[in-house]
Ligand binder design. Sequence first.
Ligand code: CTP
Length: 392
Amino acid sequence: MLKDKVIILGVTGGIAAYKACEVVSTLKQLGAEVWVVMTESATKLVTPLTFRTLSTNPVITDLFSNELAGLNVPHIALTEKADLVMVVPATANIIGKAASGIADDPLSTMLLSSKAKKLFAPAMNTRMWNNSVVQENIKKLKDLGVQFIGPVEGNLACGWGMGKMAEPEEIVNRVIEILVPKLDFKGKRVLITAGGTREPLDPVRFIGNRSSGKMGFALAQAARTRGAKVTLISGPTHEPLPLDVELVKVETAAEMKAAVLERFKYADLLVMAAAVADYRPAKASPKKLKKVTERLQLLLERTEDILAAVKRLKTKKQKVVGFALETEDVLAGAAKKLKEKGLDLVVANDPSTFDGDLISGSILSKDGKPEHFSGLGKDQAAGIILDRIKGI
Ligand code: CTP
């Protein structure tokens, strides 16, 4: 499957380095040419000999090593022929170096000099992962088109927490997706909504919700990778825009409705992943509300249901997918929305995973049993949802 593909696989000094052995071994079995580059710390955890044996290529630990005598300017020669540069595991340190353009060892130098696609599989302590500096570095790299897989929650060297590396099998699946993309959405026009809406109370305040927009953005990325022409209609979010996806920014439910209805007639598929406000202040004050009274009562009015409006326009050829957020009787509630909103598919998501990196939930369609998934990265869930959409 990966014949003729050249992969540079960087290993950095995280305890998950031993799992990179399985990744290298599987990539080799799939036919890829793999060159392993190790940081000095990584060599303290796994020996270069292990990777040399698995990859059947010299392991790069030093840019001036005799091992690479056959290659003229090795880091350039290798990166020029690479289809993918991946880092497994990726520590906070290598993420920081890559985001800052630092090139002080073979791996950071290759990351900087390569124009190939890039994939990082982070693994680190929970507090390091949550550090805003690390998150900003990741955002910077994502903005540049670098892909990330994981981390997930699990047992770390320092106890239970967020920061465990994605499993080798998932990493290999992602490599296949990147290098041999399925183009089963080629030519399809896909409209996706994401994030939460904001309903103004006055010029500075609004009623909103905790939606991060991550699920909608992951769906947009996955649909684009699979060949679709994607338009993303999003409420305010901090998510980086996937490459080659059109973005329409909106704030209120009314703006989102107008944006969806304007484009729906041209779409083959609409996925409403947005958390749309059901109520808005009946009257937004043009001036900032002053704190005058002891109590302040807000009068709210219903917003229009976008999917109800879409249902009236939908043709037989178009597919519409909704999300359902339920805190009780999840499956019954989602099944009701599937029917009443005239959906082809509904994804019932667990409110506890509403604004996080992972998602648990169930996919329901008119004909077929619910498919449950738990604790998946939103990228992985996006792939599964698209697979199900293909099947309806
Ligand atoms: N939705 C919509 N327009 C709205 C509210 C929600 O199109 N004004 C869409 C959402 O994008 C989602 C689906 O309807 O795809 C279900 O949203 P959800 O919030 O779970 O349910 P509601 O329809 O708002 O009903 P309730 O909040 O009463 O459960």
